[in-house]
Design a protein around this ligand. Structure first.
Ligand code: 5GP
Length: 193
């Protein structure tokens, strides 16, 4: 009989620009024993992004084949691109007693909960829409149309998370250092239980 205690699953969601990626990068440095799930997507790689490290970058056809082959624990269309979470990796990781961190949009998270109801949801929110817009423009990675789309989507996503999401924790990213500390203590506190 396998007596290894299963690892915990932490799912992070946030409207883009809320600072989730920065917080996740900080967690990588402060809590070394976490495993990061690598999602699949059909969006084009941003500068510096590497296939198999940041995402698995697939064509739409490849992605759809993988949906048919039942490879994803959940998938969703986010900002016009497909994103999905490969299932085999999660199962193998938690079976070894390792804790996994995932980044899933609010709609995908709801589907994910059907397969993994024990997952712990952490919602990262910006302090205001004004701050969110400033951050999206400041990172200089997206064109104007994309920024507008992400801002409109942010409102829809935050409303959905409030009404239908299952998030055990909400972290407001006003001051990055405080948000990072808060997030790290949520994780260390949960792991030690
Ligand atoms: P970005 O393109 O900026 O890396 O991510 C855009 C959005 O896609 C984010 O809201 C992020 O949470 C979401 N996302 C990333 N990976 C996945 C995934 O595996 N599944 C789902 N449903 N959303 C994801």
């Amino acid at each position: 009989m396998n007596t290894t205690k299963k690892g915990k699953i932490f799912v992070f969601s946030a409207p883009s620009g809320a600072g989730k990626t920065t917080i996740l990068n900080c967690l990588r440095d402060t809590i070394p024993n976490l495993v990061y799930s690598i999602s699949a997507t059909t969006r084009k790689p941003r500068q510096g992004e590497v296939h198999g490290v940041h995402y698995f970058f697939y064509s739409v056809d490849e992605f759809k084949t993988r949906i048919e082959q039942n490879e994803f624990a959940e998938w969703a269309l986010v900002h016009g691109n497909y994103y999905g979470t490969p299932k085999s990796f999660i199962d193998a990781t938690i079976a070894q007693g390792l804790h996994i961190v995932m980044d899933i949009d609010v709609f995908g998270k709801k589907n994910f909960d059907k397969s993994y109801p024990e997952a712990i949801g952490i919602l990262i929110l910006p302090p205001s829409m004004e701050v969110l817009e400033k951050r999206l423009r400041g990172r200089g990675t997206d064109d104007e149309a994309t920024i507008q789309k992400r801002l409109t989507n942010a409102i829809t996503e935050m409303n959905f998370a409030k009404a239908e999401g299952k998030y055990e924790y909400t972290v407001i990213n006003n001051d990055l250092k405080i948000a990072e500390t808060e997030t790290a203590s949520i994780i260390t506190g949960t792991i030690s239980n």
